[in-house]
Design a protein around this ligand. Structure first.
Ligand SMILES: [Zn+2]
Length: 157
């Protein structure tokens, strides 16, 4: 069994995109379970406020916009844009395959709705700000980690 962390959203910065041995897995709780398991059915689930419709990530007990506690997971399109990224060349953990890209992707559904992830399925050096990407999921034990891959047909501006 892989190590688990109590800080699930930091774990995506220490990953191996081609092999599972180095990834620190999250320990989903009531708030984060939908996010980490939606990929089982191919769905990127992000909280949306039932009162003001604001989408929230990372998951929270209350809406940061209106304070309501009516946040429910809803399915996103899975499409987004690379807001920023870095390429890691340091093997911080045994078994970590480098280089790999760590990116912040902004989802199409809402300006500023961002998550930290990896861009996979391409040369890490080919990742760029503004790149159109689509979610895919990597199952590790009982979690489905949202990763992103370049959108087919998209060309670099
Ligand atoms: Zn709200």
């Amino acid at each position: 069994m892989a190590a688990r962390t109590a800080s699930p959203f930091w774990s995506l910065t220490t990953v191996n995109t081609s092999s599972s041995c180095a990834r620190i897995l999250p320990a989903p709780d009531q708030l984060t379970l939908a996010f980490w398991t939606g990929g089982e059915h191919g769905r990127l689930l992000i909280q949306r406020c039932g009162s003001c419709q604001h989408c929230q990530h990372p998951p929270s007990a209350r809406c940061p916009q209106c304070g309501a506690n009516q946040l429910v997971p809803v399915t996103m399109s899975g499409l987004g844009t690379v807001a920023t990224y870095t390429v890691n060349h340091q093997a911080w953990r045994p078994g970590l395959s480098v280089p790999y890209s760590v990116a912040i992707v902004e989802l199409d559904e809402q300006p500023g709705l961002r998550l930290t992830t990896n861009i996979v399925g391409c040369d890490p050096q080919a990742v760029y700000i503004g790149q159109r990407v689509r979610v895919q999921f990597e199952q590790q034990e009982d979690v489905w980690i949202p990763l992103f891959t370049p959108e087919k047909g998209a060309s670099r501006p």
